[in-house]
Design a protein around this ligand. Structure first.
Ligand SMILES: N[C@@H](CCC(=O)N[C@@H](CS)C(=O)NCC(=O)O)C(=O)O
Length: 202
């Protein structure tokens, strides 16, 4: 199994984290985002969107971090991580959609602007990021996990950009229920920190 990867990408971290927690071996294929390798013909033949992560497994090619989490959980994690019943699946899916839109257009984009100097006005993006973080925080006020009262790929999808949001100028102290969730995720066997991840002491 091959993961087309960049070490600072939060979307790639979602996949690396899932692979580590689910004990999956894979080979990393680094993609040089800084030189624009992802937009070249060779990489676009693998992902026409010109983005990482992409997973290749025995002829199966999956792009998009949410889709890769679904693939890995279905193949290696079983129903604990991705349930098969319609209600449970929908509960997880709604957070995967939240990760793909609200987290990406909020905290992830704010981080790209502040940390990677993507040319854009940070203020409206940081406002969107704070709204997304508040939705997580309100949910976690009454729940230990995002879905089904247990760790699932919903948590692995939303966690990276929540715990990297401070790099986009989002003040972490405003979200009182996030540190407990961060701590519970940190305690999962196989968890590891990517550079910049907001770590909570035990
Ligand atoms: N929806 C995709 C988004 C992937 C994405 O935005 N990847 C970024 C790295 S975090 C990328 O490859 N950026 C390079 C570019 O767009 O040129 C996912 O969840 O995987």
């Amino acid at each position: 199994m091959k993961l087309y990867d960049h070490p600072l990408s939060g979307n790639c971290y979602k996949v690396r984290l899932a692979a580590s927690i689910l004990n999956i071996d894979y080979e990393t294929v680094p993609v040089d985002l800084m030189s624009g390798e992802q937009k070249g013909d060779d990489f676009r033949a693998i992902n026409p969107l010109g983005q990482v992560p992409v997973l290749e497994d025995d002829g199966v090619v999956v792009r998009d971090s949410q889709a890769i989490l679904v693939y890995l959980a279905g193949r290696f994690g079983g129903p604990d991580w991705l349930p098969g019943d319609p209600a449970g699946l929908a509960e997880v899916m709604q957070w995967l959609s939240f990760s793909a839109r609200e987290m990406l257009e909020g905290p992830a984009l704010a981080r790209a602007i502040v940390l990677f100097r993507r040319p854009d006005d940070p203020a409206p993006v940081q406002k969107r990021a704070r709204r997304a973080m508040a939705v997580l925080d309100q949910h976690l006020a009454n729940h230990d996990w995002l879905a089904l009262e247990r760790p699932t790929i919903a948590d692995l999808a939303c966690y990276p950009y929540a715990a990297l949001a401070h790099q986009g100028g989002v003040e972490m102290g405003e979200y009182g229920h996030l540190p407990g969730w961060f701590r519970r995720i940190q305690a999962l066997p196989g968890w590891f920190a990517q550079k910049g991840i907001y770590e909570v002491a035990d």
